[in-house]
Design a protein around this ligand. Structure first.
Ligand code: 13P
Ligand code: SF4
Length: 355
């Protein structure tokens, strides 16, 4: 990184002291992670944001939906800043509030809305979280999706899972023992979601047709190729990967889970990781050290696979945000309106209260 920018970020952060708290998602660039007070997956970061009532400013180095969740979970006087407003998430953008309201009408017409509980992945807009809260549902992240689905299926007979079809399907099949036939995919671009009322009535999991384009790049070929190339390799992937990839992997888990699994792995073991490249590169570097067990870590695919929106937060944007705050100007504030916040908070709190 540019030494001048590093010095400026350090000086602005020092000037702000305890007034600022910087959160960094695991997919952030190294130059940004260097200034994070805490790093984590989206679940850990939501909890960390809620646990910092003394910080006037939360600078969220992650993507828009994460900053919105932090705003919902922090108290009104705290201000959440996203260093680049263009840091969105293509998956979260795949479920719009109007489309979801229309879907609920389709479920109502099919006579299944009353027995359906919405479960929305953290990777969704505040509007979708509010819809979820208002309809008796909960939010989940990749680290608590199993408990969220169990909770929902105790409460109702069906789940409407938004917006990541893969996390929904993988969790239902791997963790709850449901079959692929228990899942249907609701396509918001087709009338009636492209499903008949009979199909909706027969399904246990109604999966929104959303996906992550980063994790969607991993394929069964990637898994077969790495197993042929590195004998004895363990394949560890994020549950946003396609079902066939998850089914062929040795382990599946959130970014925090991936890090813990590598910490616990025997010295000298070999791992191919299917998640975002900034994190995989950092882990490869860290665990290659003798003191960390000399583990060999490779990226699951041959092609480069950064999350381009996560990467929008870079050191120049972070410096700009911190220097503006230190100079008394709040830039790029993320603020969820009161009505949306009320129901979105309900859904997020249900998640935080999951057993
Ligand atoms: P985690 O919940 O594992 O941090 O994942 C968030 C995300 O955006 C994955 O693409
Ligand atoms: Fe969204 Fe995928 Fe990027 Fe995660 S990796 S923030 S799901 S686009």
């Amino acid at each position: 990184s540019d030494p001048g920018l590093v010095a400026r970020a350090r000086a602005a952060k020092e000037k702000l002291g305890d007034r600022v708290f910087v959160l960094g998602h695991h997919y952030q660039r190294d130059e940004v992670i260097a200034f994070a007070d805490v790093t984590g997956d989206s679940f850990k970061l939501a909890r960390e944001a809620a646990a910092r009532p003394e910080a006037e400013y939360i600078v969220f180095c992650g993507v828009h939906f994460m900053a919105e969740s932090a705003d919902i979970l922090t108290h009104a006087a705290q201000q959440v800043v996203l260093p680049d407003l263009a840091a969105g998430c293509s998956m979260a953008d795949m479920a719009g509030a109007e489309q979801v309201a229309e879907c609920w009408d389709v479920l109502t017409d099919a006579g299944v809305a009353e027995t359906t509980v919405p479960v929305s992945y953290m990777n969704s807009s505040a509007d979708i979280k509010a819809f979820t809260g208002a309809h008796g549902g909960t939010i989940c992240t990749s680290s608590n999706a199993k408990r969220a689905l169990e909770w929902a299926l105790e409460k109702g007979e069906k789940v409407l899972f938004l917006p990541d079809q893969h996390l929904g399907r993988n969790t239902a099949v791997r963790d709850l023992g449901l079959s692929l036939d228990d899942c249907v995919v609701y396509n918001p671009h087709k009338p009636g979601g492209g499903l008949t009322p009979e199909q909706l009535r027969a399904a246990t999991m109604i999966l929104w047709r959303g996906h992550c384009s980063v994790h969607g790049r991993f394929s069964l070929d990637s898994v077969n190729e790495v197993r042929a190339r590195i004998p004895g390799v363990n394949v560890l992937v994020h549950p946003e990967c396609k079902h066939e990839v998850v089914a062929a992997a040795d382990q599946v888990g959130s970014t925090e889970h991936i890090i813990r699994a590598l910490q616990d792995a025997p010295p000298g073991s070999k791992w191919a990781i299917g998640t975002e490249l900034n994190l995989v590169r950092r882990l490869a570097h860290r665990f290659a050290a003798e003191s960390e067990g000399g583990k060999e870590i490779v990226f699951l695919d041959r092609t480069v696979c950064f999350c381009s929106t996560m990467n929008r937060i870079d050191l120049p944007h972070l410096v700009w945000a911190l220097e503006s705050l230190a100079g008394g100007t709040v830039v790029n504030r993320i603020e969820v309106d009161t009505e949306t916040q009320k129901y979105a908070q309900l859904a997020l709190e249900r998640m935080l209260a999951l057993p």
